[in-house]
Design a protein around this ligand. Sequence first.
Ligand SMILES: [Zn+2]
Length: 62
Amino acid sequence: MERLRTCQNIACRKSFKVSSPGKIADYVDLPDVQAIAFCPYCGSPNRVTWPKGVTFITRQNI
Ligand SMILES: [Zn+2]
């Protein structure tokens, strides 16, 4: 699964991808929790909602 986020650092504001293996359907039974994803451009922490316990990576949106 993959979601597009926009960096909350107002000096950056670039869009980046947050992704985990598998499809959204694989995680429907897990509750969404707040997690922190670090922007791959500027390193700023961004809050994301993500299925509990599922690891993710961030990538530049290119
Ligand atoms: Zn950023």
